[in-house]
Design a protein around this ligand. Structure first.
Ligand code: NCD
Length: 312
């Protein structure tokens, strides 16, 4: 049985085959519409979510399956003090696969150790968000045809943004990737990611403080929200929240085929005036999340063979 807790739980080959399956699902959704008949997905969300939870639910329903779960810690037994280990042991009898989001880093990993069903990390604190990464990789692939050779600017809260951490971890496995890290001085890519992930990969990277200085080079601009819920005090958040705001004027410094991505929700960091520009792909990106999650559920349940390697 396999789980997806960290983006590196899947090899590059497995990741690529999964993205190909997602593209097949986009082309012929009806072929997949009943593969999960009679199966149940549990969505265990201890932290707020719109896209991730609903796209998981939509994915399972589009495969013919059913869904149960909770959308906040307050209305689950966590409020009574139940441990993640106990919850998942019980859920293993109620569902065939589970997606878990938790405010504590590592909670889905703990769950996977006690689970009798595949567990998917749907975001753990400021740590990782592997299914957003699959969504992001699919979006880059659909926009550019391939991921190799991409020059990507990651902008905003690179310290607490788990989508950024997972995306960097995955992107270093491709060839010729160039990273431009655009953040305020207080919110840089964590040192452990630079030292353990980016530097050993040999890919070039640069940390900058404005988006204007790198805009003309970028193939992808990946905007992120300042992660208010991870700050220790409100004053720091208020001071940093509007560090970067993408406007049509700044976008005009970018290439004609630039793609502007954002895992969403956006707060202030992309002006709504940018939405009409065809380089704004964030809503398309959100839709891609349904297809990768359909592919992921099928693979983890063993319903489409040949994607995940045996015995890993
Ligand atoms: C992201 C998350 O939860 O980390 N949202 C998402 O899943 N699409 C990004 C964010 O909350 O800023």
């Amino acid at each position: 049985m396999r789980h997806l807790i960290d983006p590196l739980d899947f090899t590059l080959g497995e990741t690529e085959r999964l993205l190909e399956l997602a593209q097949k699902i986009i082309r012929e959704p009806e072929k997949y519409a009943h593969l999960c008949d009679g199966r149940i997905l549990a969505t265990l969300f201890y932290e707020p979510s719109t896209r991730t939870r609903l796209s998981f639910e939509s994915a399972m329903m589009r495969l013919g399956g059913k869904v149960l779960g909770f959308a906040s810690a307050d209305n689950s037994s966590a409020a009574k003090g139940e441990s993640v280990a106990d919850t998942i042991r019980m859920i293993s009898g109620y569902a065939d696969i589970a997606a878990m989001r938790h405010f504590k880093e590592g909670a889905p990993l703990v769950a996977s150790r006690y689970a009798k069903i595949p567990v998917i990390n749907a975001g753990d604190g400021g740590h990782q968000h592997p299914t957003q990464t699959l969504t992001d990789l699919l979006t880059i692939r659909l926009k550019r045809g391939e991921i190799n050779g991409v020059t990507i600017g990651l902008c905003g809260d690179l310290k607490f943004g788990r989508t950024v951490h997972s995306l960097i971890k995955s992107l270093v496995r491709y060839k010729g990737v160039k990273f431009l890290f655009i953040s305020p001085e207080e919110l840089p890519v964590p040192g452990y990611i630079l030292k353990e992930v980016v530097e050993p990969s040999g890919h070039s990277y640069r940390e900058v403080r404005t988006m204007e200085e790198v805009m003309p080079q970028l193939d992808i601009l990946y905007m992120t929200r300042v992660q208010r819920e991870r700050f220790f005090n409100e004053e720091d958040y208020v001071r940093l929240k509007d560090s970067f705001i993408l406007t049509p004027e700044k976008l005009n410094l970018g290439k004609k085929d630039l793609a502007v991505m954002h895992p969403l929700p956006r707060v202030n960091e992309i002006s709504p005036l940018v939405d009409a520009d065809e380089r704004a792909v964030y809503f398309e990106q959100a839709r891609n999340g349904v297809y990768v999650r359909m592919a992921l559920i099928l693979c983890l349940l063993g319903l489409v063979p040949g994607i995940l390697e045996e015995g890993e």
